[in-house]
Every structure is written in C-alpha cells, then in structure tokens.
Design a binder for this molecule. Structure first.
Ligand code: MLT
Ligand code: MN
Length: 309
C-alpha cells in the first residue's frame, strides 16, 4: 500500500492568501525552513495503479498536477482516481470536489451526515449522478472501496466517530455549545489493504483524544493525526483570530490535554501530524515547537511525502 501526502496544511494552506504573519512571510520569501504546504488531503493506493483520495481540498487540481501517479494514463479522458472518501464536510475537505466535474466516473464515500450536507447544496450537482456514485459510510463498518464502475480498489476503510464539530458553515448558533454537531459530522478512518498488513489511521480533524480513541490507536503502525494548532490559543496570541482550537474542534499538540501527551505510551510506531494551520510553529523547521514534536517521535507531514506500508 502506498500513501501520498497531497496537502499537509489545514484550511487556508501555508501561506494563506491573505495572511501576512511572520510565518507566512517566511514562506513567500522562499525560506528553506518554511516550506509551503497545500490544503489537507492524502491519496492511497493498494496496487500503485488505482488511487483513492481522502478529502478533496481546494488545492486538488494542483495536487493532481504535482503528483504523476494521479495523471491520466491512457486515451483522451482518464484518471487513476477511483474514489474519494471524506472525513467531514469542511470547506478544505470538499471544495476540491468541484474540480472533479467533467463527466468522469468515480465513487464518493462519506458519512450520511456529510452526504446530506453535499446533497443539500446544489453546486455539488456538477458531479452528475450518471458518473459519480455517492455512497454512505456506516460507522464502525469495514467498507471495501469500489470505483464508479463497482470494481474493488483493494482498500478497506473503517470509519469511526471522533470528538469533533459540525462544519463551520453548518454551525447552528442557537443549538447550544455543540452548534448542532451530530455523530458522523467528523470521523476518523482506519485504512487497510487486505493481505498487506494492518493498515493505518487517518484522523485529520479531532477535538480530543478520549479513552475510546486512545484504546483504538494502541499499538497502531501509523497514525496521521490532527496537527492544526500547537497551542490552543495561538491564533488569539498571534492576533490572527478570536477562536481557540477547542472552539474550532481541534485538540492542540501541546498542553496536558494535548495530543503529544495523549499519545505517550500508546505504542503507535509512526506518528505524523497533518492538517497543520499556518499559525502553527511546527511548520518552521528551526522552531522550538518542531524540535519538541520531533523529540517526542512525531513527524510533520509535507506535500509530496510518500510512505510505503
Ligand atoms: C477546520 O478544520 O476547522 C475548518 O476547515 C475551518 C474552516 O472551515 O475554515
Ligand atoms: Mn480544516
């Protein structure tokens, strides 16, 4: 099984179009310790030929162009893409679906909640039902991923609920502190290629590492995990915004409740932060934060990173 990191940044990317912070300025200046990153997505293949994209970022078009395994291979219209799987309905995970119009067959998997959000928005009708099969993922059910023509792509996905929040644009302000969040709004995935080991976890959005999640991840060979913020209040501290990570549905890396502490002792062999916000100092290769996460055994995902499992 091959994993390709298409985009390692959170929504906005690194640099973000309107961000003039010291971090984003270093990227624009070409600083080698501040490498650009596009928005949150990975591609996975069981055989190196057919690919499944996990989350369709607004940068999807460029990500496909930058990664030769995803280029058309034959005829005038072709794609190695067989399916797209979504972990939530956030803009940075669904906007790329609009790039995938052009009467190309593939399958689109997401929880019922996320499928409902897409169905309620007619702009996604550019994915014509004659070509794009929309399939609902059931929580805790191992699901073989099939392409639009119903051929098995050799990957099985098991979705599970994780602490999280409904997409920002779907928040119900009148619904109380959870903004109307329901099960299925944010999921984590176990991704495996049957016969090729025990697979890995992809959890780009998560509000807390609670007991059930910690138990599930115990001893896993590889986990991609939500690295949105280093500190819960870093956006406020930097003057970039008014929200904490907790308000956005993202557990921070540092702190007593943070993911660094929560993964200690879980025996996860390889740990990689992904969905990293442009305010997060781990993006800087010369930062104290980067040294701290690496000292704790974590990697910071980068665009073009390839992993063979
Ligand atoms: C998130 O990860 O919290 C969202 O992508 C935020 C957003 O929609 O900008
Ligand atoms: Mn996001």
């Amino acid at each position: 099984m091959k994993v390709l990191v298409l985009g390692a940044a959170a929504g906005g990317g690194f640099p973000q179009w309107n961000c003039n912070s010291a971090l984003c300025r270093r990227v624009r200046a070409g600083d080698p310790a501040a490498k650009p990153r596009s928005q949150s997505s990975i591609a996975v293949s069981a055989d190196g030929r057919g690919w499944v994209v996990f989350n369709a970022s607004p940068d999807l078009r460029q990500q496909f162009n930058d990664n030769p395994p995803l280029h058309p291979k034959e005829g005038l219209r072709h794609t190695p893409l067989g399916a797209v799987v979504l972990t939530n309905a956030d803009v940075d995970h669904v906007a790329g679906l609009l790039t995938l119009r052009e009467r190309q067959a593939f399958a689109l998997y997401a929880s019922g909640r996320v499928q409902d959000a897409l169905a309620a928005n007619p702009i996604f009708n550019v994915l014509h039902p004659d070509f794009v099969a929309r399939r609902a993922l059931e929580l805790d059910e191992a699901t073989p991923i099939r392409n639009g023509g119903d051929d098995d792509l050799g990957l099985t996905v098991t979705p599970f609920a994780v602490p999280g929040k409904v997409a920002l644009y779907l928040e119900d302000q009148a619904a109380g502190p959870d903004f109307g969040t329901r099960e299925g709004d944010t999921i984590g995935l176990r991704i495996e290629a049957p016969g090729q080991g025990s697979g890995f976890y992809y959890i780009p959005g998560c509000a807390a590492v609670d007991g059930p999640l910690a138990q599930r991840l115990q001893g896993a060979p590889l986990v991609f995990f939500d690295g949105t913020l280093y500190r819960d209040d870093e956006m406020i501290e930097a003057g970039l915004g008014s929200k904490t990570g907790a308000r956005m549905g993202h557990v921070s890396i540092s702190g007593p409740e943070g993911s660094l502490a929560a993964f200690e002792g879980l025996g996860v062999r390889r740990r990689i932060y992904i969905h990293i916000n442009n305010s997060n100092p781990v993006l800087l290769e010369d930062s104290e934060a980067r040294r701290a996460v690496e000292a704790a055994g974590w990697e910071v995902a980068y665009d073009g990173q390839e992993i063979e499992l």
